[in-house]
Design a protein around this ligand. Structure first.
Ligand code: NAP
Length: 573
């Protein structure tokens, strides 16, 4: 048995953050991504004395909110909830202005966090991680960037986001288009002036639904190309009432605790009553009250809307009626009403004036379900033999979700196995945090975790805290590697499937299932068992000595088994 050694070389813990390591050093962790997850990972790791290098493709911090700058981009979770809880001072000093924060306010918040905790110095921006290769001899990863830099590290922590690989479908003729083409998820920083422009908007998911009303206000004409209509509920957005903010701040600890133990990671309370247990009048009143609240609160009107098709149909009918009432042209209204999936089985869109926009004379709806887009021509979008001539095409066509950004990197674990090979039939993880064959690789909000079905900020905090606790445990116990066991992973994958089977999620062709990417395995990727239950499970696994993970001390002959391993010594090996 080799002598127990610290798993990672640790600089002195002074509580003020470790210094960024110099080039060529071996670090404790490489963190990939500078969005909500990556920033907190770097903060929590460094304040606990671990040395870190962070890499980020973007030119600044913010992740989703760095890239998604399209008009109308805003969060669908309330601002007072969609924010970090790890620092009481931060919670108290930051004051949100709107119920649902807009992208500029969100980005300002994240930039404030980066400055307040001095996090930028740990990151190299405008740099993509191309590969991460595990060396079984040294229990070390080598991370290589597109700038050609190589960093050796004990741990790799991916914080690449679940909706970060934007996707433009392979429309024939795309390259020929002479006008401007933009994707909502890679919006130009200088903005796009639509004044006097004829615009094609392709895609009617959250991004299309949020951007349409604002684009329509500016443009000469907007043609909306809709393949599948979506359920959308007004966010009833408004400036925040200072009284409410005061109350939230006063009781933040309590509210956060409630959110952490909830199903969806927010303070929305589900009415624990079946829709069939009330009279029709009571049902309407409840739906109406929830509708007025706006946003996701609607789906919490009754406890069985997400699990029982007949219950769900009542909710869908209520929303369909609302659409019919708003949209003046009955034929257009019917085309905007979803009929192919239960309400909530795709993430509900939260909008501001979406359906109303179809009452404008300068907005046209084109169905591309029955007559798909044939091609993009030099001058526009061709459907059913007709070219819709435009100056700008806005692609609101979504993302290669949850696995896209992970699999874009060449990640190689034991025996040279690539993550792409391992996940060829769909992602397989244990708790969404690790995957067998890839020691010391942690995936923040990885597939198999509930992140995308919840308030992602609290979700990343939970993952980061679990990971750092684990690394501290390993350090204290002299362990070198942690790796998911195949059996535990198999059980978890099955459990994730069963949890989804108890819901209506699988009845929609959504990005949760990879259905929006041709050829992607159809696997329900998020954990639908609820945030509270998931957190308990993760804590329990840790409390039981990381049950389901194999923890190993450094092997004899490995670099660093001297008991005096230092970053420099490891680097020189
Ligand atoms: P999305 O929900 O995947 O929507 C993409 C849209 O593009 C769909 O309407 C899709 O139609 C359409 N599309 C894709 N390929 C097409 C093709 N070949 N021809 C015609 N139409 C095509 O993407 P998203 O709107 O960017 O939203 C993704 C997720 O990001 C959301 O579910 C949400 O979780 C998050 N998001 C949140 C907010 C927010 O409110 N905070 C805002 C934006 C995004 P089909 O449905 O037929 O595939």
């Amino acid at each position: 048995m080799p002598e127990a050694v610290p798993v990672v070389p640790r600089p002195a813990v002074n509580g003020t953050g470790a210094q960024p390591p110099a080039q060529g050093e071996v670090v404790d962790a490489v963190v990939i991504g500078a969005g909500f997850g990556g920033l907190y990972a770097v903060h929590h790791l460094t304040t606990n004395g671990f040395s870190v290098r962070g890499f980020e493709v973007g030119g600044g911090v913010g992740g989703t909110w760095y890239w998604n700058r399209y008009p109308g981009a805003r969060c669908d979770i309330e601002s007072v909830e969609y924010s970090y809880s790890f620092s009481e001072e931060l919670q108290q000093e930051w004051t949100w202005t709107q119920r649902y924060p807009e992208q500029p306010e969100l980005l300002a918040y994240i930039e404030h966090v980066a400055d307040r905790f001095d996090l930028r110095r740990h990151f190299t921006f405008e740099t993509r991680v191309e590969s991460a290769v595990f060396d079984e001899e040294t229990d070390c990863w080598t991370v290589t960037t597109d700038a050609g830099e190589q960093v050796r590290t004990r741990f790799v922590v991916t914080a690449v986001g679940c909706l970060s690989s934007s996707r433009i479908p392979d429309f024939p003729g795309l390259d020929r288009f002479q006008g401007r083409a933009v994707h909502t998820g890679r919006w130009p920083h200088e903005g796009v002036d639509f004044t006097g422009q004829r615009v094609a908007l392709i895609g009617t998911g959250s991004s299309g639904i949020q951007s349409l009303p604002l684009i329509a206000e500016q443009a000469a004409h907007v043609t909306v190309f809709q393949r599948t209509p979506n359920f959308s509920i007004s966010g009833a957005n408004q400036p925040l009432d200072p009284e409410q903010v005061r109350d939230v701040k006063e009781h933040y600890a309590e509210y956060r605790d409630q959110a952490r133990r909830s199903f969806g990671g927010s303070m929305i309370r589900t009415n624990r009553v079946s829709v069939f247990a009330v009279t029709e009048e009571e049902r309407r009143a409840q739906f109406e009250a929830r509708w007025k609240m706006g946003g996701f609160a609607f789906m919490a009107a009754f406890e069985d809307l997400g699990t029982d098709l007949a219950a769900n149909a009542l909710a869908a009918e209520f929303v369909s009626e609302k659409i019919r009432r708003v949209v003046h042209d009955p034929e257009i209204a019917e085309r905007l009403i979803p009929t192919d999936h239960p309400i909530g089985s795709k993430r509900i869109c939260v909008d501001t004036g979406y359906f109303e926009t179809f009452n404008r004379d300068d907005v046209t709806l084109v169905d591309v379900k029955h007559t798909p887009i044939e091609e993009i021509t030099e001058t526009g979008v061709k459907v059913a033999g007709q070219v819709h001539e435009v100056d700008v095409i806005v692609f609101a066509t979504g993302f290669d979700a949850m696995t896209g950004s992970l699999l874009r990197m060449d990640i190689r674990g034991r025996g040279g196995l690539t993550l792409r090979e391992k996940w060829a039939a769909g992602p397989r993880t244990y708790l969404g945090l690790g995957t067998a064959g890839f020691p010391n690789l942690f995936t923040i909000t990885g597939p198999g975790s509930p992140a995308v079905l919840s308030n992602v900020v609290l979700a990343v905090e939970q993952h980061v805290e679990w990971i750092v606790d684990c690394m501290q445990h390993m350090q204290a116990a002299g362990l070198a590697t942690i790796e998911a066991e195949v059996d535990a992973e198999d059980d978890w994958v099955e459990h994730v499937n069963q949890a989804a089977d108890r819901t209506l999620y699988k009845q929609a062709n959504s990005w949760y299932l990879g259905a929006n990417v041709p050829g992607k395995p159809r696997v329900f990727m998020p954990y639908a068992g609820g945030v509270g239950r998931y957190r308990k499970r993760c804590d329990q696994v840790a409390a039981e000595g990381y049950r389901g993970f194999r923890l190993e001390p450094a092997a004899p002959g490995d670099v660093g088994t001297s008991g005096h391993r230092t970053a420099g010594a490891l680097a020189g090996s």
